[in-house]
Design a binder for this molecule. Sequence first.
Ligand code: ATP
Length: 403
Amino acid sequence: MRILIYGGSFNPPHAGHIRSAQVAAAALRPDKTVLIPAALPPHKHLAAGTPAPEHRLAMTALAAAEIPNCEASDMELRRSGPSYTSDTARQLRQEYPGAELIFLMGTDMLLTIESWHEPEVIMELASLAIFAREDGREAEIAAQAAHLRETYGARVYVLGGEPVTVSSTQVRGLLPQRQGRAYLTDGVYAYIIRHRLYGAKPELCWLREKGYAYLKPKRVPHVQGTEEMAVRLAELWGADRDDAAEAAILHDCTKRLDRDEQLRLCEKYGIMTDEWELQNEKLLHAKTGAALAADVFGVPPHIESAIRWHTTGRPGMTLLEQVVFLADAVELNRKHYPALEAIREAAFQDLDAAMELYLRSSLYYVAQGGEAVHPSTAATQRYFLKRLEEKGRAPVEWEPEKI
Ligand code: ATP
């Protein structure tokens, strides 16, 4: 029996790890491959902001799915103290007596192995397999392999293959800039975004692909229009354009659900419903959408609240909340409704006045239709009217059209 063992911080596991394990598995044909995230790597510090061990284990398990006969093991995470490879080798030797154990490692680890704890134990109990992290290190690797064979009687396999020049440090640096997905599997990336590990923010093209899957196809143009308008308004009024895009992409993510499904989500997420929402379930999608966006896509509270308040608004709305609310109301794919053009024009002149006009006109038309108005809509209209008065700005003059 032959077991390939790959230890590391896996913080997060990236394409370099996966490629090297795939190449090693194809060349050495192990019966199984085990990825072992270290609790406390003895030869490097875990970076500040490193996620909890459970997260590294979960990401490693997701990465393992890309490698044949591969699993993630928590054996080092369960052990206290520094995660010495020699202890892991002893433990595995007991578990698998008679098996050939092979530790897979990159160039950096091969070159420093003699400074590890009990290197002679590691090389006695296990073979080594080396996959270069970058081109041009062949001579160095060959010399070190020869040295280890001679000095420790080590069994060293030097693997060929195109390296993937990337490190976890590099990926951690890219994730907050909405980059780095190219170095991760989709499963690992979705996990990182869901939990917003490493301060990650989603790449917007990825978020669109995943977010649109929650929509009825006919709603996609509206969501696209809302995103475009949200970005324009954000740029004009000084909100973060990418936060606005995130909120817009996800703002209707539960809109397709019927009343029962909405209520099930309310139960799942502990959402309280009021009598107006129970009468008119269309109002619920803002609350359930915000909760789902936070749960599945890890949106931070300021984006969650922009989704949460995009239907009724609320007194004291933030700039981002207003931008998303109005983008939804006046995006260019919107079917005509009374006051649309006036509200759209106002959105580019005075954001508060556009909010006030939208709310005033919808209060008027909802009342005309004999429907109950959510009290938050009326309270929000009064709030914006007062705000305009305080700032000495006039509300938009508007005569209701006959409908
Ligand atoms: P960090 O940037 O946080 O130091 P890292 O990218 O070096 O992390 P680790 O999880 O610490 O990744 O490395 C685990 C093992 O994977 C080591 O043996 C390392 O040499 C190897 N490895 C890491 N990146 C690559 C790569 N791009 N190609 C081949 N092997 C790699």
